[in-house]
Design a protein around this ligand. Sequence first.
Ligand SMILES: [Zn+2]
Length: 55
Amino acid sequence: MNVQKIKQEITQMKTSLAFLEERLKEIQQNCDHHFAGDQYYEKCLKCNMVNVLYY
Ligand SMILES: [Zn+2]
């Protein structure tokens, strides 16, 4: 694998990562959350979104 090829793959992965993060954000925004957890931390069972309740 040469440098050019590696750089190309990095660019492709970044693009696909950005796409996936966008998708995830969209799903979490549209989720009717069902949170489970304790007094410090809760997590949605459907979309895995995390809320930290205690700092
Ligand atoms: Zn959710």
